[in-house]
Ligand binder design. Structure first.
Ligand SMILES: C[S@@+](CC[C@H](N)C(=O)[O-])C[C@H]1O[C@@H](n2cnc3c(N)ncnc32)[C@H](O)[C@@H]1O
Length: 203
């Protein structure tokens, strides 16, 4: 286990991690899977899109990949394809999670598990259900790579940074503006954080 990360089982039985570096858990205690569904997948309202649509999705702070794997496993049965972009500074959370049998069992082999393994092994994902690239590095730098390809055309941007208190750099007005600029007119920025300062910046 990387020294700064320790495993944590959440209340719905799904696997998560705690970061000593950021002094925070990766997911809420009630459940990593529960949080991915309630905070990201449900508000995405995938039923808005018709079968055959390719959704542009940006996962900011991929971590274990839970949010993206849940989204894919809900999108694929609806006939939706994903054009996925991921940003993450640390490869250890994904590698550590995939080394855990209980984490691997959370996913369908041809969907979530295939996505996460390809990302870990190659930083890319190619599948009948979509395609994608993960950029390792500081999201404030790597966002430019997404902007160059997909500014104003993204359907969903999932922002799952550690809290503003522990990771203020990913809640700055400048970074939030860069994320907002990725969105298509009907696109949605999804996040768990309802702190006053980020809300003001987003408004
Ligand atoms: C709350 S966790 C993300 C959990 C993840 N969304 C999931 O579903 O498992 C926050 C993540 O942000 C990453 N991170 C921290 N600072 C970053 C930065 N400047 N750029 C990109 N990623 C960063 C951490 O390595 C960690 O994986």
């Amino acid at each position: 286990m990387a020294a700064h990360l320790s495993p944590r089982l959440t209340d719905d039985g799904s696997f998560s991690l705690h970061s000593a570096e950021f002094a925070e858990g990766f997911h809420c205690r009630s459940g990593a899977l529960l949080e991915a569904r309630r905070t990201y997948a449900d508000p995405a309202q995938l039923e808005r899109f018709s079968a055959g649509t390719e959704l542009r999705v940006v996962d900011v702070c991929v971590g274990l990949g839970t949010n993206s794997a849940v989204l894919l496993e809900l999108a694929a049965p609806l006939g939706l394809r994903l054009h996925w972009f991921g940003l993450e500074i640390d490869p250890a959370p994904l590698a550590l999670a995939l080394a855990e049998p209980s984490f691997r069992r959370q996913w369908q082999p041809a969907l979530g598990l295939d996505l996460l393994r390809q990302l870990r092994d190659t930083g890319r994902w190619i599948s009948p259900h979509g395609r994608g690239d993960l950029r390792w590095g500081d999201a404030r730098e790597q966002i430019r790579w997404v902007t160059a390809q997909a500014a104003g055309r993204c359907d969903l941007v999932m922002l799952d940074a550690f809290s503003p208190r522990h990771c203020p750099q990913l809640w700055s007005q400048e970074f939030l503006a860069a994320l907002a600029a990725l969105l298509a007119p009907q696109g949605r920025l999804l996040t768990y954080c309802s702190a006053a300062a980020p809300r003001r910046s987003l408004a």
